[in-house]
Design a binder for this molecule. Sequence first.
Ligand code: URP
Ligand code: ZN
Ligand code: ZN
Ligand code: ZN
Length: 467
Amino acid sequence: MMSRTVIRGGLVVTAAEETLADVLIEDGKVAALASSGSAYAQGWTADRTIDATGKYVIPGGVDGHTHMEMPFGGTFASDTFETGTRAAAWGGTTTIVDFAIQTVGHALREGLDAWHLKARGNCAIDYGFHMILSDVNESALKEMDLLVGEGVTSFKLFMAYPGVFYSDDGQILRAMQRASANAGLIMMHAENGIAIDVLVEQALAEGRTDPRYHGEVRKALLESEATHRAIQLARVAGAPLYVVHVSAQEALAELTQARDLGLPVFGETCPQYLFLSTDNLAEPDFEGAKYVCSTPLRPVEHQAALWRGLRTNDLQVVSTDHCPFCFTGQKELGRGDFSKIPNGMPGVEHRMDLLHQAVVDGHISRRRWIEIACATPARMFGLYPRKGTIAPGTDADIVVYDPAAQQTLSAETHHMDVDYSAYEGKRITGQVETVLSRGVPVIDRRKYTGRAGHGQFLVRDTCQYLG
Ligand code: URP
Ligand code: ZN
Ligand code: ZN
Ligand code: ZN
């Protein structure tokens, strides 16, 4: 039996246009759009009608950067695939791309299999994987080709974290050459980790152990230096490059320069860099640990440059880098030594809302909101137009968004499995009302109606910004 839903009366917003339209959904796919009010005239019948009058009807968010259950710093990110994807759904995100991890001495396949086991049957929304390369060797390079064929079409490399995820320039160049040949996309954590480790050692030796020194040793210049080096290595290899979690205006300037040369270089930033700063890292009583992530939060002046980059398309994507650790028992591992604070912040639930607030505040337009949070990440990671837009034939991953609702972000009310909110008390105009994943309501008028196991693994295409 075919199931049919009609969403009527809303303002349908995609990256390309805004129209008052009714949307017909059949069997999990968008079947048709018609001018608002014409659903009945079209003869559409439905099992369910959603009244979206006065609301936005937007594509479900695509968060291209999450770390559910990630092992890091002797502990694990506190959200499982179950809790993390449920929280994502609450916030209007219907697709995540998480990072499977190759550990040193092991095959990519082992890491990928392990991540499939963690996610399968547990996700409330659809999910894909990138692969973290921690040990670039001949067999790992060969495995990259196989993974591209299985829809794991992007590979993260680290210029930071020596001894853990770090790759040297030779390994980076080889991986880029391979990606150039197999159409994979190299994602780079661009920070000079060798230099940072020297500064960490010196800071600790001098008794500078508080969380704020995490921000001081991970210098903006060491982000921009690594960004510059990654770009040059990608040019040598003839490979495209996607720089993750850009936080420093100096690093953004490197991306701008590369893009002005016409190079296939892309950049992502995250809400924490747009809304938080080193002032948070300096909060007393070890509270700053809540804001320890890498790249680190920057002085507040950097925010204007990042907003500008998002407007000028020097930055193309906002993802969350969701990697939550509880304050109690996890962040606390670094009391007396900031280098032992697990790196990462919660955020998968709040990206769509924070970016809507940015629309309200005048930083970006409504369509740019959808472009950086839905359409471009879908294209970047080979999911478009199935994900990231609303058009006939696309998956009916759709959010009914109330642009006038008022909410206050808080650990008391969020759904992420973490004991603090990085945005505690922040007031937001706008709220998710209903969320469909492939036509199935997962949030229904602010009640969770989803289930673990609804979410399916996405076999992704290669990056759609390349020929
Ligand atoms: O601090 C962060 N960003 N933790 C997650 C791992 C990474 O580098 O993305
Ligand atoms: Zn092994
Ligand atoms: Zn990273
Ligand atoms: Zn990350």
